[in-house]
Design a protein around this ligand. Structure first.
Ligand code: FAD
Length: 409
């Protein structure tokens, strides 16, 4: 009889592991608690499906920060170019956008997922939907594992020679990955770093007037600085605070600062193309009977939400001091008091710690059980880095399970 592998979690990581194993004649069963697979992948498709990035490999791997070395091992075997080639194999052509990000030409995930599931089904992979793993894998070294699932009808117990966990992180729980597994793996002696929001928004205590007036307004062409982070981009003011691509990009250090000190103050340059001196010179022109808002618009082109921020955070009495006004325009401090909840984040930081895994992504505490995808303790900004690492780690876990099965026949 063929070796059997149970894969729990049918997102990008789990399905990639299924592809590797089924390609080598292993009997693969994919279990997922939802009624369809790849829900978060499909959600990623709603914003165009940023599959990967075209920048040089060295730069690409640097995006994984202090997990660069671990993630690089998976990416060397499945590079961003390999990922594009793989998509092409499924009939999905990709293109490089102006920012260097790579998208499918159709800018959505459903054609790719449909073709992929068909190919996996044709290769003999069995899909078991509405099967929720409820913890308590019993692993016997070499003897395989016993896994229990809850289904709408009953409880099911299955045996597999090896298991791959690809359960995702803890954001957007309604799409399937609810992070409940953290508790179960900890019970089994696995070291797991608490899941935290990554690529997330933040709370700001706006005044009622500012909140009311500027909720939903974009701040465009600003430079956000925080510690060693400096990047130009845009973000949105929300009722609760701030969100959007530039905020997500800075979210890891901002989150860590809030965790350590209870708050983080980011700094905005609202006129990155204009110097402090230029602003002072222009702002010093006589105001006459003009209101401050119209003076700001006429002299330095500042209006709307940017002027709103000045009124929100700059002491009223300092508006007549052009040096101070220019300083606020170039270094607007915005105090963040908390991250938005994990469920709202694009991805999760934290997860299964690398010290609990061997170099084959096998759990040291549970021989024959491998982990892949966002449930591992790494994080990355948006830009295609999340999906690329999920695919590559799924491949790594699949190949590792294959080698392990060979050694334990
Ligand atoms: C709105 C949004 C947009 C995004 N856009 C992008 C993007 O453009 N580019 C990018 O790189 N990344 C993007 N991401 C992130 C990316 O989608 C995820 O990082 C990726 O899907 C994670 O893959 P995964 O296989 O590890 O986990 P998931 O895709 O989360 O899959 C995990 C699976 O495990 C199942 N599961 C969980 N617990 C159990 C259980 N107990 N029993 C059975 N099954 C279980 C879940 O139902 C789910 O199907 C986006 C995320 C969001 C939320």
């Amino acid at each position: 009889m063929n070796d059997s592998v149970a894969i729990i979690g049918g997102g990008p990581a789990g399905l990639m592991a299924a592809e590797v194993l089924s390609g080598h004649g292993v009997q693969v069963d994919v279990y997922d608690s939802m009624s369809s697979l790849g829900r978060k992948f499909l959600m990623a498709g709603k914003s165009g499906l940023n599959l990967t990035h075209s920048e040089p490999f060295e730069k690409f791997v640097s995006r994984y920060g202090n997990r660069k070395n671990e993630v690089e091992k998976w990416l060397s075997d499945f590079t961003p170019d390999d990922l594009r080639e793989w998509a092409r194999g499924l009939g999905v052509e990709t293109f490089v956008g102006t920012s260097g990000r790579v998208f499918p030409k159709e800018m959505k995930a459903s054609p790719l997922l449909r073709a992929w599931l068909k190919r996996l089904g044709d290769a003999g992979v069995n899909f078991h939907l509405r099967h929720r793993w409820v913890g308590g894998i019993i692993a016997g070294d070499g003897g395989g594992s016993i896994i229990k699932f809850e289904t709408p009808e009953d409880e099911k117990t299955v045996h597999a020679d090896a298991v791959i966990l690809a359960l995702g992180g803890g954001s957007w729980a309604r799409l399937g990955s609810d992070g409940v597994w953290v508790h179960w793996l900890k019970q089994a002696g696995v070291k797991v770093e608490a899941l935290k929001p990554s690529n997330c928004g933040f709370d700001v205590t706006w005044s009622p007037h500012f909140r009311e007036r500027f909720d939903g307004q974009p701040l465009k062409s600003v430079v956000l600085s925080f510690g060693s982070f400096h990047q130009q981009g845009e973000f949105i003011v929300t009722k609760e605070g701030v969100e959007g691509s530039l905020i997500y990009a800075a979210s890891a250090p901002l989150r860590d600062e809030i965790e350590a000190n209870g708050k983080a103050v980011l700094e905005l340059d609202m006129t990155p193309d204009r110097s402090h001196e230029w602003l002072v010179e222009r702002l010093s022109k006589p105001r006459g009977s003009r209101s401050m808002s119209s003076h700001l618009e006429k002299t330095v082109g500042l209006k709307g939400v940017k002027v709103g921020l000045l009124h929100e955070f700059m002491p009223k009495e300092e508006f007549s001091n052009t040096e101070r006004l220019a300083a606020f325009i170039k270094h607007m401090p915005i105090p963040l008091i908390a991250t938005r909840p994990l469920d709202e984040a694009i991805s999760s930081a934290g997860g299964v710690m690398f010290e609990s895994l061997d170099e084959h992504l096998m759990l040291r505490e549970l021989p024959g059980i491998f982990c892949a995808g966002e449930m591992l303790d790494w994080e990355a900004p948006t830009g295609g880095y999340l999906l690329t690492a999920c695919f590559a780690s799924g491949r790594k876990a699949g190949n590792s399970a294959l080698a392990w099965l060979k050694d334990h026949q």
